[in-house]
Design a binder for this molecule. Structure first.
Ligand code: LLP
Length: 418
């Protein structure tokens, strides 16, 4: 189990903080996302402590988990927010985020989103192409204002992680190529309705090795020197997110302090304010999915299948990235170990949580927990097969709050016109 502090076994029952999760399954039904409020707070504070020597603002990356209650928890902690769409901006504002603590990203911002960001008075928009610079200038001009912008730089480093979640090399669509940064500053100089305020990078996600950050940061500092030589002031230097969490206890992620110790010496003498955009680090291990074992079956070769009531619709990560998530029965007792696939009920071969996994033998009707589902879980859920999106609850000590109601059939068709 990747986290012991907020999800743990007591008297052989799995607890989230002060609540037995079996009681949650009974009260709210399954599948159910269960989020520990204090796990979020603890991770946020740990991040803040690790980077305390720096003048910095942590902008939680909303895409990892944007339930309003999750966002509100972080607003109360003083966090800033990194948003990647008009919808995420809307959510952050609804949760009470201050616009001056919101940064707006996205490689494909529409004019409507740009306008929304300008009118909301966000801290800045991160620009990913020269064309986008022109469009933001035009939108700002029409609104008779100037738009604060930062350049997202693609530093051309290959961070070692799953190829689908690496972003900072020149094969990828993200950012402005560091080799072409000069062009971006020449373009910027032509636009009166843009105010350059900083530089950003984000090299990928779930990155274990500090070297990639250091290499990328050197490149970013090189671009900063170019900016300054052209008379631009870099007020904000944004290092992005990507800090890893442990999914598998046998492959623990390096502590955040390993990253802060390497990064701080390079950043502490910068006059710019340093920004970070952690997503997964803050929320990844703060939620589990509770799911019921519906059926068990075996094929003629003795291969086992455990079929649960959650599916790829609730957690796409195993299917998309072959991601590993711990899965355990919520009641601990002496059991045989079986080797089995754990699958959902969606009509897709890729609808699995685990393949050939050793788990304690489970019976039909029992509940299991899928761990580390807090980041890129609920936010990537879908209605495929016309499945209803599950409920979400947040546990705070001995208190439980329903933070998202289970969807109904009526809601499933509410936007359709017959
Ligand atoms: N900043 C930017 C610009 C990003 O694109 C992302 C994530 C983050 C920050 C936060 O990254 P984090 O700290 O969470 O690693 N669905 C994939 C992850 C996609 C990440 C997309 N960008 C997964 O489930 O692993």
């Amino acid at each position: 189990m990747p986290t012991d502090d907020f999800f743990y076994y007591k008297k052989d029952q799995l607890y989230c903080e002060g609540i037995k999760v079996k009681d949650l399954a009974e009260e709210f039904g399954t599948p159910l996302y269960v989020t520990s409020k204090n796990a979020i707070i603890a991770q946020y504070r740990r991040f803040e402590k690790a980077f305390k020597p720096l003048n910095h603002l942590t902008c939680y990356s909303v895409k990892a988990n944007y339930n309003l209650s999750v966002l509100r928890t972080l607003v109360q902690e003083g966090s800033g927010f990194d948003v990647n769409s008009g919808g995420e901006l809307f959510r952050a504002l609804k949760a009470g985020a201050k616009p001056k603590k919101i940064i707006f990203a996205g490689v494909g911002k529409t004019k409507a989103e740009i306008e929304f960001a300008i009118k909301s008075k966000v801290l800045f928009q991160k620009v990913e192409s020269l064309s986008e610079l022109r469009v933001i200038d035009e939108v700002a001009k029409n609104l008779k204002t100037t738009a604060p912008i930062a350049l997202r730089i693609n530093p051309n480093v290959a961070a070692e992680t799953h190829p689908y979640i690496t972003t900072g090399n020149d094969e990828k669509k993200f950012g402005i190529d560091e080799m072409l940064a000069e062009d971006a500053f020449s373009e910027l100089a032509k636009h009166k309705h843009l105010k350059f305020v900083g530089l950003e990078m984000h090299i990928g996600s779930q990155i274990f090795d500090t070297q990639s950050y250091l290499e990328a940061l050197f490149k970013l500092l090189g671009v900063k020197a170019i900016a300054e030589s052209k008379g631009f002031t870099v007020k904000y230097l944004d290092i992005g997110g990507g800090f890893p969490i442990t999914y598998r206890t046998t492959q623990p992620a390096p502590d955040i302090e390993v990253f802060s110790e390497k990064l701080i010496p390079l950043l502490k003498n910068q006059s710019a304010q340093i920004l970070f955009e952690p997503g997964r680090f803050i929320v990844g291990n703060a939620s589990v999915i509770l799911t019921e074992v519906l059926y068990r079956k075996q094929n003629h070769r003795g291969k086992n299948f455990v079929i649960v009531d959650a599916a790829m619709t609730e957690l796409m990560r195993p299917m998309l990235y072959e991601a590993y998530h711990d899965i355990l029965p919520i009641e601990r007792k002496e059991r045989e170990i079986i080797i089995t696939d754990i699958v959902g009920g969606v009509c897709e071969t890729g609808d699995f949580f685990a393949l050939d996994r050793e788990i304690p033998e489970v019976k039909e009707g029992e509940h299991v927990a899928i761990f580390s589902a807090g980041a890129y879980g609920a936010v990537m859920s879908s209605n495929y097969n016309a499945r209803l999106k599950p409920a979400e609850v947040m546990v705070d000590g001995k208190k439980v709050k329903l933070i998202r109601k289970r969807e109904t059939y009526k809601q499933l068709i509410q936007n359709e016109v017959l």
